[in-house]
Design a binder for this molecule. Structure first.
Ligand code: NDP
Ligand SMILES: O=C1OC[C@@H](O)[C@H](O)[C@H]1O
Length: 482
């Protein structure tokens, strides 16, 4: 795999950051110059030692201020996407946000406008889209190899008992934006959008879900979408005796969850056949195309394999990957490097409009099944105790994942906020930080990127004014989180 050189900075030291860092080792043109942990400088230093990253820092703002970072990978828990994304964008860095890119469509739009204004690249890490199997499926669809696409079925359920402590894991923490709708749903929804490229689904859609009474997060759900076709056109209609033509209209049946393991396939049905992206469909290496022949049940089957990049001794020595097929994160990293080198500001494989649309559907689902958003009016703070919230004592000893620095603590919301604030404050005080290379102190504007409440009074006023100006220019209301 080849790509132009790109120097990455990693925000976060958890499981997906481990996997992303490992995948970058499979892309020789990529380098990781620095890693930051909100939890502690020690966590960042340990990660750097493990992966041979030359520098580490104990604060996100310190990292985004470094001149030797071109692109920031935001891989911490997504409840902080807006704040952390904003921090990196305001520092003038290109940004790849792990999925979900935000916890609301509004937050995603806010980041999109901010990145547009600053002229930096911004994309969500919907890594599925960069897998060769998926790129191939897209070409087959565009070339009408299966005729006209009329329906998509896609599922992504995994059994959290395999990897997550209940209820201590962030996946079950409502105030850390836990729930299957944030962790799993973006994949099948994005799969459906890919197959109906002419128009987004109708605003109204069907939704069903199961909420966990103890933690308040959604454990599983399904959505059914209706695609209206280009401009909501009426079906063209077939001739006498011919099949009806849908004119780009279609449906998608999608499901996702935490409590059972599904086949995890995406099946794309066309009037002239079907394509199956095999398990694990969110990072697939195999697809089957069936081209229809005359007669029910008759078709010609073609199976195509797209092996992952080979895992090197270096990657093995650093402990491999946490998640399935994570070597494929290298495809995404390579694509991002190519776009940035060409001066592009968004990903053609997964546009930010798609990101916003997926979040609109996720939000709609959460509303319909009665799952509270992480920051509800009345919530004291992201982590304020509520009846039914997970108690710290609920964590079972030994349940934490190796990469889950906070796994044993449980009920992580307030701890999360505290850590992030400490990290931002640390960076502010250090003004460029101990990890910054000599002569690489960030410009004043970049240092001032930390939230206003972290700054000294005069700086805070200037920052608040700058924020207000930015918001006015962007036509956006900057809603401060508690
Ligand atoms: N693309 C993909 O395939 C995958 C994407 N993801 C996404 O990546 C993100 C992180 O997932 P994953 O790596 O599994 O998560 P982890 O539980 O490993 O945590 C990641 C990081 O988030 C921060 N964090 C974790 N728990 C808390 C807490 N209680 N309070 C404050 N901060 C906390 C820490 O940041 P720090 O190190 O800075 O202290 C931690 O290292 C999620 O948004 C998830 O949706 C997850 C899995 C796969
Ligand atoms: O975000 C995710 O995508 C990949 C899965 O393997 C992981 O468990 C999930 O959290």
């Amino acid at each position: 795999m080849t790509a132009p050189p790109l120097r990455w900075g990693l925000l976060g030291t958890g499981r997906i950051c481990n996997d992303f860092c490992q995948a970058l080792k499979l892309l020789p043109s990529a380098s990781v110059t620095c890693v930051a942990a909100a939890s502690s400088p020690a966590a960042a230093a340990a990660f750097a030692r493990k992966h041979g990253v030359p520098a580490s820092c104990g604060g996100y703002a310190e990292l985004v201020g470094r001149a030797d970072v071109d692109c920031v990978y935001v891989g911490n828990v997504h409840v902080f996407r807006r704040e952390v994304g904003e921090l990196a964008i305001r520092a003038g860095k290109h940004v790849l946000l792990e999925k979900p890119a935000a916890c609301s469509a509004e937050d995603a739009r806010y980041l999109q406008r901010l990145a547009g204004e600053r002229g930096v690249f911004l994309a969500e890490g919907m890594w599925t889209r960069y897998f060769p199997a998926v790129e191939h499926a897209r070409r087959l669809i565009a070339d009408e190899e299966i005729g006209e696409v009329v329906a998509v079925n896609s599922d992504f359920h995994f059994n959290t008992a395999d990897s997550e402590a209940y209820p201590a894991s962030p996946l079950f923490d409502r105030k850390l934006a836990g729930g299957a709708s944030f962790y799993c749903a973006p994949y099948p929804i994005a799969a459906a959008l890919m197959c109906f490229p002419q128009a987004f689904p109708e605003e109204e859609f069907g939704a069903a879900g199961t909420r966990d009474d103890r933690t308040g997060v959604d454990l599983q759900g399904s959505v059914s979408l209706t695609f209206p076709g280009p401009g909501g056109a009426a079906p063209a209609g077939g001739g006498a005796g011919a099949a009806p033509a849908l004119g780009g209209r279609g449906v998608a049946a999608l499901s996702f969850g935490f409590v059972a393991e599904s086949a995890e396939e995406t099946v794309i049905l066309g009037t002239g056949g079907r394509i199956t992206l095999h398990s694990p469909a969110h990072c697939p290496t195999r697809l089957t195309v069936v081209r229809k022949r005359e007669g029910r049940g008759r078709g010609e089957e073609e199976v195509l394999e797209f092996p992952l990049p080979e895992i090197t001794a270096e990657v093995k020595a650093a402990g491999g990957f946490y998640y399935p097929n994570s070597a494929g994160l290298a495809y995404e990293a390579a694509a991002v490097a190519r776009v940035i080198a060409a001066g592009g500001l968004s990903s053609p494989q997964y546009t930010f409009e798609e990101t916003v649309e997926v979040l609109r559907i996720v939000e709609g689902f959460r509303e319909r099944v009665g799952v509270k958003t992480p920051f509800e009016p009345g919530d004291a703070e992201p982590g304020g105790a509520e009846p039914g919230d997970a108690e710290p004592g609920d964590a079972e000893p030994g349940d934490a994942e190796p990469g889950d620095a906070q796994g044993e603590e449980g009920g992580g919301g307030s701890k999360a906020k505290e850590q992030l604030e400490t990290a931002l404050e640390f960076a502010k005080k250090e003004g460029g930080g101990e990890g910054a290379a000599a002569g690489e102190a960030p410009p004043a504007e970049e240092v001032a990127a930390a939230p206003a409440e972290e700054a000294a009074p005069a700086e805070a006023a200037a920052e608040a004014a700058a924020n207000a100006e930015t918001d006015q220019a962007l036509g956006a209301e900057h809603v401060e989180k508690p």
